[in-house]
Design a protein around this ligand. Sequence first.
Ligand SMILES: NC(=O)C1=CN([C@@H]2O[C@H](COP(=O)(O)OP(=O)(O)OC[C@H]3O[C@@H](n4cnc5c(N)ncnc54)[C@H](O)[C@@H]3O)[C@@H](O)[C@H]2O)C=CC1
Ligand SMILES: Nc1nc(O)c(N)c(N[C@@H]2O[C@H](COP(=O)(O)O)[C@@H](O)[C@H]2O)n1
Length: 290
Amino acid sequence: MMQTGPHPPSPTEQAAYAFLSPHLPPPRSSAAPAVPFLTLTYAQSVDGFIAKRDGRPLALSSPFSSVLTHALRASHDAILIGVTTAVNDDPSLTTRCVAYDVTGAHGAQSPIPVILDSGLRTPVTAKVLRIPRTRRGCDSNSKVVILTTRDHDAEQKRALEAAGAVVVVVASDAHHRVDFPSALHALAHHGIRSVMVEGGATVIGNVLQSANVKIDLLVVTLAPVILGRGVHAVGGASAGGGSQPSEMVAEEETPRLVDVQWKQFGPDMVMLAKTARPSTGVEANGARGL
Ligand SMILES: NC(=O)C1=CN([C@@H]2O[C@H](COP(=O)(O)OP(=O)(O)OC[C@H]3O[C@@H](n4cnc5c(N)ncnc54)[C@H](O)[C@@H]3O)[C@@H](O)[C@H]2O)C=CC1
Ligand SMILES: Nc1nc(O)c(N)c(N[C@@H]2O[C@H](COP(=O)(O)O)[C@@H](O)[C@H]2O)n1
């Protein structure tokens, strides 16, 4: 790792990049892909929840695994969340826990925030809209990208654009949500070559359960916490505390995990894997289905 900054990267940052680097998206100097490289990542409790029952944000990742998450952010052009996460958490989506990128260049660039927002519920006061960032080579001028459907409110679109967002209308799916494959194509059109999907549960469920979406990298942080009830990691909010996975694809189409690796960061275990849909014909060497 070439180091150009005033201080060397911390041991945790070095460990994070060493763990991630063989699996990260190709550098921007390589040919542009038709669809962006797709990473799906989230942190869950031992009993499978990613947020409290009322959707309030919850720090599950330790400071150590947060370094890994931020190294992952620094390694993608865009970071994608659902609008409920944007509303509930009002996140920053920056790389503030790392000082370097994977090449060893000092000053890890934050990814471009992307929000799936079918009806334009993103507040014009959202923190992501106020944080200046630059991401080399991306056409969206490093603004926040909000992907919506035809069902949006035109006045709210103008207000979000005035607040600095790029609002893009894409096709809707059978549930009147942003169609995920169309979202990826729209992002490729804006020069985005890699997307890190960070949640929340509805988006994670949609990505995992869409037979026509290829996940290049899956990174799951398992925090040694038992919540008892909350928002199930895959599928959406559960009113009574039980899990409520949304519509599942046929069992033979669920992704299989391949090249699985685990590494401990502080108290957390982080799993990294590639996924293969059985229909793609990719051999799952010793892998188990989800
Ligand atoms: N622990 C972790 O790693 C993370 C936890 N979270 C938590 O997740 C919670 C929010 O999760 P959810 O309520 O499930 O909301 P969500 O953040 O997944 O947003 C879902 C909403 O996005 C919109 N949407 C548009 N297109 C969509 C598509 N193609 N697929 C799915 N949604 C689409 C819909 O309006 C949908 O209701 C928050 O409370 C947040 O704290 C969020 C991210 C990471
Ligand atoms: N990796 C991870 N661990 C947790 O414990 C989390 N709660 C999350 N949440 C995601 O990170 C966003 C907050 O980002 P900022 O700290 O504001 O930059 C939050 O909105 C979720 O997407 N992730």
